[in-house]
Design a protein around this ligand. Structure first.
Ligand SMILES: Cc1cc2nc3c(=O)[nH]c(=O)nc-3n(C[C@H](O)[C@H](O)[C@H](O)COP(=O)(O)OP(=O)(O)OC[C@H]3O[C@@H](n4cnc5c(N)ncnc54)[C@H](O)[C@@H]3O)c2cc1C
Length: 465
């Protein structure tokens, strides 16, 4: 480890990992403390009865340049798969499959063909939806008032009824914002559509984790951090952060770490508690930022019941279904499907039996081959605070990286990155915090390592906080 200025990063999720790597690359002495015995934070996997389960299905898009650059830095690119061309099969009970697919036209017209053929809406509804998409493309994202209304309110003003919202808009809004259009900020919804679908034709191509999340994020991050000279302290619960003279001190009951700079990369509710004394106003705002849950159902069938690697569902409680057979280590011949349920308030309260009684019939309705299949296993993972709630009013609650306390910086998907709570937002926030800390300590950031110029420039430009 170099003997330079010391930076302590608190929290070993993607934000903390990105921040620690950047700080070490610039020559700082870095310690990263993480309460759990593993890195990766909200994106992890674990073994149950010989199967590898992700805590929740994590997907990304081609436009997630900072996340993709981090994967490259961790040597994890072979563990992910990026669609050559955006294609989302959309299933509905008793109806033929539809597909949201990028065509050959330039953005924003690249989705026009598949929208024109989208059989889950009537022809009149498709035409209205197309006009609404064009109005969305013209929306000026810099208008602050966009964060005062819901996306559904704006859609309704543009002629989109509940049916269109559920059968089309929520297919994209729900998984990206972890909120339905009815509860989501127009600012965040419009950001997603502009960034992923309306600006560049290939931006929304979807990326999947082909291997378990911990093998793709947490474990390689531990190796990369060690290789970069970062001291990684697992099982280290930071309890207090205090000013020292000079710098800051991060405490737990047993001991403390002194630092020239500290980067708080905790989940937002924990950050609120940690910052209560030093930054009461920020802590109060973070306290008002609510959370939204995600529930995943892990269903193993005795045969293949779904031909698609993933699919969305409409007019069914099944929001998304992903084939995780290979990633989960399930033998071919059987099929492991993960059902991903965003903003799953209702499902958080349901017992495993109740979820089984609701979702197995829904899967049988959607996937005819499941009707004759035997369910070998049914497991549930629940994340009660998966992301911050992307409701109207959140922009004012999300702090930037820099704070009024010298040497203290913030990172996390909840900081003011402009992105919803995502893998990309977390990594961008980590880069931004590292840049700010290095700037204050007068250390020069190292140039990004990615060979892909598009990815490297995204990593370099970082957050707009
Ligand atoms: C089920 C689920 C599905 C998701 N799906 C997607 C998706 O498809 N696409 C997408 O882009 N995003 C998705 N997300 C969101 C994404 O995972 C997060 O936005 C991102 O991982 C957050 O990273 P972070 O570093 O900001 O925070 P975190 O990952 O929460 O990291 C914070 C870290 O701080 C640690 N910590 C807490 N308290 C202490 C303490 N006192 N001392 C030390 N350490 C502490 C925590 O253990 C954690 O490791 C999903 C999230 C979940 C939960």
């Amino acid at each position: 480890m170099s003997a330079g200025r010391r930076i302590v990063v608190i929290g070993g999720g993607l934000a903390g990992i990105a921040a620690a790597l950047d700080c070490a690359a610039a020559g700082a002495r870095v310690s990263l403390v993480e309460v759990r015995r593993r890195l990766g934070g909200a994106a992890y996997s674990f073994e149950r009865d010989g199967m590898q389960l992700d805590n929740g299905q994590h997907v990304f898009m081609r436009c997630c340049g900072a996340y993709r650059a981090l994967l490259a830095r961790l040597g994890s690119e072979p563990n992910v798969f990026l669609q050559h061309r955006l294609s989302v099969p959309v299933l509905s009970p008793g109806a033929r499959k539809a597909e949201l697919r990028r065509g050959i036209l330039p953005a924003p017209l690249h989705m026009a063909g598949s929208l024109a053929r989208y059989r889950h809406l009537t022809l009149a509804q498709r035409l209205r939806a197309g006009r609404t998409a064009m109005a969305l493309a013209r929306l000026d994202l810099s208008r602050r008032e966009l964060d005062r209304v819901t996306f559904a309110d704006w859609l309704a003003r543009h002629g989109q009824g509940t049916d269109e919202v559920q059968a089309l808009w929520d297919v994209i809004v729900r998984p990206t914002l972890n909120a339905p259009a009815a509860g989501a900020s127009l600012a965040l919804g419009a950001f997603v559509f502009h960034t992923a679908l309306l600006s560049r034709a290939d931006a929304g191509d979807i990326g999947f984790h082909a291997a378990p999340l911990s093998r793709t994020i947490g474990e390689p991050a531990e190796r990369a951090l060690a290789g970069a000279g970062v001291e990684v302290l697992l099982g280290w619960r930071a309890e207090r952060l205090q000013k020292a003279n000079p710098g800051l001190v991060v405490r737990r009951p047993a001991d403390a770490l002194g630092a020239d700079a500290a980067i708080v990369a905790l989940p937002h509710a924990r950050a609120a508690a940690m910052l209560a004394t030093l930054l009461p106003d920020t802590a109060r705002r973070l306290g008002a930022l609510e959370s939204s849950p995600i529930v995943n159902l892990h269903v193993v069938y005795d045969r293949v019941v779904c031909e698609e690697p993933f699919a969305a569902g409409v007019r069914t409680p099944v929001q998304y279904v992903l084939d995780r057979t290979a990633a989960g280590g399930v033998p071919p011949g059987c099929q492991y499907l993960a059902v991903s349920l965003s903003c799953a308030e209702r499902e958080m309260q349901m017992s495993v039996d109740a979820l089984r009684e609701t979702y197995l019939p829904a899967l049988r309705e959607l996937l005819p081959r499941a009707r004759a299949a035997k369910v070998e296993r049914f497991m549930v993972t629940r994340e009660h605070a998966a992301t911050f709630r992307a409701a109207p009013g959140t922009a004012a609650l999300r702090p930037g990286t820099r704070t009024s306390v010298p040497g203290l910086f913030l990172a996390g998907a909840w900081t003011d990155t402009g992105w919803p709570a995502t893998l990309e937002g977390a990594v961008l926030s980590g880069h931004a915090a590292a840049r700010a800390a290095l700037d204050e300590l007068q250390l020069e950031p190292a140039p990004p390592a990615s060979a892909d110029p598009a990815i490297a420039s995204a990593a370099l430009s970082g957050t707009r906080a």
